[in-house]
Design a protein around this ligand. Structure first.
Ligand SMILES: [Zn+2]
Length: 147
């Protein structure tokens, strides 16, 4: 999924689970679970984009994720510590962060993360790959708020 969706899921985990020994593994597992749902992200149709375009889109996605997470904490989950949420968000995004050294710079030690991402990522192009993703994320926010 997009870094933004992973950030929102990380924010929800941080808001609901105060114990980092539980929250960090759950956040990492959430990444793989979320990516198994067919979705659109900046890597969809990557063969039709330049690496530079993917890099810019990925940076925008990461920044958008932090802004959305900040707004969620401010307005919906104000009891959540910002630094704690930041750490859990990074954990929720970590499989993608770990593949960037290989994907963008060819550093072979990180190829395993790229292969893991490739094996667990299901592509679905726009518009449905965005619509279902936004729907899932909104549903999770509602559940986190009422449970
Ligand atoms: Zn991923």
């Amino acid at each position: 999924m997009t870094a933004t969706s992973h950030a929102v899921i990380g924010t929800i985990i941080a808001a609901k689970i105060g114990n980092p020994y539980l929250a960090i593994p759950i956040a990492i597992a959430s990444h793989i679970a979320a990516d198994l749902v067919p979705h659109w992200d900046v890597g969809t149709n990557r063969h039709k984009k330049t690496k530079q375009k993917i890099r810019i889109d990925a940076a925008i996605d990461v920044i958008a994720g932090f802004i959305v997470s900040y707004l969620l904490i401010t307005f919906l989950f104000p009891q959540t510590n910002l630094l704690y949420a930041f750490i859990i968000i990074l954990a929720a995004q970590s499989p993608d962060w770990l593949m960037t050294p290989y994907y963008f710079f060819g550093i072979k030690q990180f190829k395993w993360a790229y292969l893991l991402g490739k094996a667990t990522n299901r592509d679905l192009d726009k518009p449905w790959g965005i619509i279902n993703q936004v729907g899932i994320v909104i549903l999770l926010i509602i559940l986190a708020k009422i449970l």
